[in-house]
Design a protein around this ligand. Structure first.
Ligand SMILES: *Cc1c(COP(=O)(O)O)cnc(C)c1O
Length: 445
């Protein structure tokens, strides 16, 4: 271990080594960094990240799906700076402030259905914990304490904390911790890659919904909620499915009196081509979880929106009927201002329409990619593209990541699935670079 003077700036050339000496990086086998160097990022602008050695990388995955309008966005920067001069943060129990009120009003007006109240946390996983606890507590308050089980979709991902991991079904993240987790039933995924040959995505979704109905019909008395990732199952490798499944799931939840929790942490704010994925099925969940793009990817912020029926069940003279859950940074003023600025950009620039044009362009230039002999299941939903690569490479994800850097691309495959989830400000020239660079990678691997 080297002793370092803590007050002097760190020379960029020392960042890699000093990071390895003291930072435990997320979702990383740290020993792999003996072979693969960390990338010390010194600045970013638009879709580009710049490193200490003067390289730049096109952030094709929006820094883990959070960034919507580019790095160092002038408009969001200005809003945060302005807020910084007023109040950076105040506890949200007993206090309130303009950014959190304005954000809650705007979210209520945008969200599907009538989701009247917003409960804030900092990360996606915390939002999931909140929704699960609220759902259970609601049924408890309604005199149905036996409704304490949750169901989710096969291959769903909802985060890494114990409650969120319990409803997750991605083995690599979950298996090790199984003894710590609550039982959860995962009903068959509607992901169309599982369809029989000749079966349409629509018909397969209907078949998956029938399996859901059968499970719910037999177990609804014990089930508090169905939680799902609407339209795109992200972490499992961008599994996509037909909106009819959401419609059927909504009907089934109504019919058997169980809550529907829509985890739009990854897909909310335009990712699937509509503001929310639920819009494509014209449904409203009982709980809507949002994070990632909510603050434009700037600051940790998440929210659980819920119906008046649920809110009212907690509204009582008895303290114990309240939702006694808190996070220190709940409703952080700077994060809420970043979110308000993000929503401004959506409105002022008609982003949803603009994205349709961008997506059409990318689909047009990606025909060679879709037809590449190593590529299967090429798929697109809104501003998400994904495909599997037929490869013998044992550690394809790591090899492809390294090959991407040589093409100035930040790609981080999920297993053998390469995906693009670029910031919405990506332009045609940058899309050309992304597609051509990816073709180069496929030809060299
Ligand atoms: C990322 C993600 C989460 C967890 O959010 P964190 O902020 O990483 O805790 C939950 N659900 C989905 C669908 C996600 O993509």
């Amino acid at each position: 271990m080297t002793k370092t003077n803590l007050n002097t700036p760190i020379a960029p050339s020392h960042l890699q080594q000093r990071s390895l000496e003291t930072v435990w990086h997320p979702c990383t086998q740290m020993k792999q960094h003996e072979a693969y160097p960390l990338i010390p990022v010194t600045s970013g602008k638009g879709v580009w990240l710049h490193d200490a050695d003067g390289n730049c990388y096109l952030d094709a995955i929006s820094s883990w799906w959070v960034n919507l309008f580019g790095h160092s966005n002038a408009y969001i920067n200005a809003a945060i700076r302005d807020q910084l001069e007023k109040i950076e943060h105040v506890m949200l129990a007993g206090f309130t402030h303009e950014p959190v009120v304005a954000l809650s009003e705007r979210l209520r007006n945008m969200a599907p259905g009538t989701l009247g109240h917003c409960f804030y946390a900092s990360d996606g996983a915390s939002a999931i914990e909140i929704a699960l606890k609220m759902s259970f507590h609601y049924w408890l308050l309604c005199g149905q304490p036996q409704k304490n089980r949750f169901i989710s979709l096969q291959n769903d991902y909802h985060g890494e904390t114990l409650g969120a991991l319990s409803v997750t079904d991605v083995a690599i993240f979950k298996q090790t911790y199984a003894p710590l987790l609550r039982q959860c039933t995962h009903v068959p995924t509607p992901d169309w890659r599982y369809a029989e040959p000749g079966e349409s995505a629509h018909d397969y979704a209907i078949r998956a919904a029938a399996a859901l109905e059968q499970h719910v019909a037999e177990n609804y008395e014990q089930i508090a909620a169905l939680i799902l990732e609407p339209l795109v199952q992200g972490a499992t490798g961008m599994g996509m499915y037909h909106p009819i499944y959401l419609q059927r799931a909504r009907e089934i939840c109504h019919q058997y009196q169980i809550h529907m929790i829509a985890d739009e942490i990854a897909v909310g704010f335009g990712r699937t081509g509509t503001l929310f994925a639920c819009n494509q099925a014209d449904i409203a969940p009982d709980f809507l979880c949002l994070s990632k793009g909510l603050s434009g990817g700037y600051l940790p912020l998440s929210v659980v929106m819920t119906t008046d029926t649920i809110y009212q069940a907690f509204y009582d003279d008895k303290i114990a009927h309240a939702f006694l859950h808190s996070h220190s940074h709940s409703g952080n003023a700077l994060a809420c201002r970043a979110a308000l600025a993000t929503l401004d950009i959506f409105e002022q620039n008609q982003i949803i329409d603009a994205n349709k044009i961008k997506a059409a362009y990318l689909n047009k230039i990606a025909t060679a990619l879709a037809a590449h002999p190593k590529v299967i299941n090429f798929r697109n939903c809104g501003m998400i593209w994904a495909f599997e690569v037929e490869t013998e490479e044992a550690d394809f994800a790591a090899t492809c990541f390294q090959a991407g850097l040589k093409q100035q691309l930040l790609l981080r495959p999920l297993g053998r699935t390469i995906y693009f989830m670029p910031p919405y400000i990506i332009n045609e020239q940058e899309m050309d670079l992304l597609v051509n660079g990816t073709l180069q990678i496929l030809d060299t691997l």
